[in-house]
Design a protein around this ligand. Structure first.
Ligand code: SAM
Length: 214
């Protein structure tokens, strides 16, 4: 029987902190969120391992380190409104729910969205709202957002997401081909858009109007 709390602390220390994520709020959120509850029961023992895991619809829950680096890049301090594209299991959503004021998350597969919603409700994340649809269009009704995180790879940065980024806001998105991407951080300064490449990653495809075709 795995001691999940210990496994989680070790995951944060060895996989996230040791690789350079030092934002204490992010580390604390990852120590707290019970990642094993976001995967199938049969995979719970592997929930804190150093790799992604399969979820329904041929999708994945991202590797813990990737969740750490992407979350830290948003530099959340507690009062923000954040948009996530690609709810998947809901794990990243929960981490954001620990760190921001409100989280809006969009998933294209209804069953993933419903499942994630039920786990998040069960854990008491009432600052999170999930919608089923094409997240490449963003969430115009509640824009602008202080942070936007895209957890699927796209050939180019969807313009609606840039448009829905608040002044001073940060967008993190994997951009590249269908099998490998670069993690791009977009910062909306008052007069300009600044882009920084945070390194190579491998994500499932963002499928939608501003992403890949089916
Ligand atoms: N953040 C997730 C987690 O913690 O489990 C991992 C997400 S998984 C790597 C990427 C997700 O993006 C998949 O669930 C996929 O169905 C979803 N996705 C792909 N294209 C999408 C789109 N256009 N709109 C919304 N979700 C999309």
């Amino acid at each position: 029987m795995v001691n999940f709390k210990k496994a989680r602390e070790r995951m944060v220390e060895v996989q996230v902190m040791a690789r350079g994520v030092h934002d204490e709020r992010v580390l604390e959120a990852m120590r707290k969120v019970p990642r094993h509850l976001f995967v199938d029961e049969a995979l719970r023992d592997q929930a804190y391992s150093d790799h992604p895991l399969p979820i329904a619809e041929n999708q994945t829950i991202s590797q813990p380190y990737i969740v750490g680096i992407m979350t830290a890049s948003l530099q959340l301090r507690g009062g923000e409104k954040v948009l996530e594209i690609g709810t998947g299991s809901g794990y990243q959503t929960a981490v954001l729910g620990e760190l921001a004021d409100r989280v809006f998350s969009i998933e294209r597969y209804p069953d993933l969205g419903y499942r994630a919603n039920s786990v998040l409700r069960g854990l008491g994340y009432d600052n999170v709202i999930i919608r089923v649809g094409d997240g490449s269009l963003g969430w115009p009704d509640d824009a602008p957002f202080d942070g936007i995180i895209v957890t699927a790879g796209t050939p180019k940065i969807p313009q609606p997401l840039i448009d829905q980024l608040a002044k001073g806001g940060r967008l993190i998105v994997p951009v590249g081909d269908r099998t490998s991407q670069e993690l791009i951080l977009v910062e909306r300064a008052p007069e300009a858009i600044r882009k920084t490449n945070l390194g190579g990653v491998r994500f499932v495809n963002l499928v939608g109007k501003w992403g890949w075709k089916e």
